[in-house]
Design a protein around this ligand. Structure first.
Ligand SMILES: Nc1nc2c(ncn2[C@@H]2O[C@H](COP(=O)(O)OP(=O)(O)OP(=O)(O)O)[C@@H](O)[C@H]2O)c(=O)[nH]1
Length: 367
């Protein structure tokens, strides 16, 4: 970001004082499965996206021997369980209850190593997808054509076309054309893995159309060209306005979040380790050398809005801030409604449960 002048602030120590309750945190908890052949890159993807591991360090990852279940929920809006499967899973193994696993799954990511021969991976993909679909037809099937960093642009497109064709032909041969597979070219060595994960997660957020709509209204009334709603920890964007996303814009947003968090971690936190580098006060303005301004503002404990706008538009910062205030309130309302519905459902099921128990607390026997 050469030639940029910027202002960054964020006092991490404030968080514990403000105790900002985040209605979003208990909102989205889908289960995402990471599957694929051995050494295809599943654990690396998880470590790079959710644990800030540098891509080079993944060279030393050991092979996963059992199913690793992890809750990505404490520090992030994008709270879900990721299940990392060890290479090939045996659907005929009686100890492996795949029906239970697929039943609660929102998305199944199948990772194919594009630098390897993918014939076996494709037959595994077919088997996995058909099994999963039988159990739960609502699963989103996402295919990551992974490790594309080693391929030329032409080669990437060619591989994608070939894998796409073969996978869909296999499904058509089995009479299962209705199963939809989405394909992404990914690598942990650039932002493509974050972008792909963003799209996977977005499909699991029921409020996505509302969020997009709110972003559209916000940008059109504020003279903003592009806006992203980011999960700060994972740098996954959970929504954007309806104008197209270009990779460079997304990358520079990720860089901005890194700058804010890194500066805040180094200079913003006090020694007692109680604070967070990202809080209600967090915001940043960066003037790029092409008359564009980047503006980052905290939306919730986990979410940030990152906008791109022209310098002239930024002169009306008061208006932008006012619109931002309305936008933030609207988002909170959207999630509050759902939260209330969830709470009343919980209450209802608790009542039903208490009716099923006898006065001394033992469970009533069903007749
Ligand atoms: N070039 C390149 N290598 C990658 C990429 N992602 C992962 N790798 C490498 O692929 C190797 C295997 O990665 P793992 O994450 O251990 O693979 P896995 O699928 O979890 O393997 P199992 O645990 O055996 O199932 C490691 O050496 C990684 O560094 C990528 O995007 N590009």
């Amino acid at each position: 970001m050469t030639g940029a002048r910027g202002a960054v602030c964020g006092d991490g120590a404030l968080l514990s004082v403000l105790a900002f309750s985040d209605s979003f945190s208990s909102e989205v908890k889908p289960r995402i499965l990471l599957m694929g052949l051995r050494r295809s890159g599943k654990s690396s993807i998880q470590k790079v996206v959710f644990h800030k591991m540098s891509p080079n360090e993944t060279l030393f990852l050991e092979s996963t021997n059992k199913i690793c279940r992890e809750d990505v929920s404490n520090s992030s809006f994008v709270s879900f369980q990721i299940w990392d499967f060890p290479g090939q899973i045996d659907f005929f193994d009686p100890t492996f209850d795949y029906e239970m696993i697929f039943r609660g799954t929102g998305a199944l990511i199948f990772v194919i190593d594009s630098q390897d021969d993918y014939v076996e991976a494709l037959s595994r993909l077919h088997l996995t997808v058909t099994r999963a679909y039988k159990v739960n037809p609502d699963i989103n099937f996402e295919v990551f054509i992974h490790k594309v960093d080693g391929l030329s642009d032409d080669h990437k497109i060619e591989k994608q076309r070939d894998i796409h064709k073969r996978a869909n032909d296999d499904l058509a041969d089995a009479g299962l054309e209705r199963i939809h597979l989405s394909f992404y070219l990914t690598s942990i060595y650039d932002h493509s893995i974050f972008e792909a994960f963003s799209k996977v997660v977005q499909k699991l957020i029921p409020q996505l159309p509302t969020l997009e709509n709110l972003l559209n209204i916000f940008i059109s009334n504020s003279g903003i060209e592009k806006a992203f709603l980011f999960d700060v920890v994972s740098k996954i964007y959970i929504a954007t306005d309806s104008s197209p996303v270009d990779m460079q814009t997304y990358e520079v947003c990720c860089d901005m979040i890194d700058v804010v968090i890194d500066i805040s971690c180094i200079y913003g936190l006090t020694g007692d380790a109680a604070g967070s580098p990202y809080d209600k006060e967090s915001m940043a303005i960066i003037h790029l050398n092409n008359t564009t301004v980047m503006y980052l503002k905290e939306v919730t404990k986990f979410l940030a809005l990152v906008c791109f706008l022209r310098e002239e538009s930024f002169e009306r910062k008061g208006l932008i801030d006012y619109n931002f205030h309305c936008f933030k309130k609207a988002i909170e309302e959207v999630f509050d409604v759902r939260l209330k519905v969830q709470k009343s459902r919980k209450l209802l099921s608790q009542r039903r449960w208490s009716k099923l128990t006898t006065p001394n607390g033992t469970q009533a026997q069903p007749h």
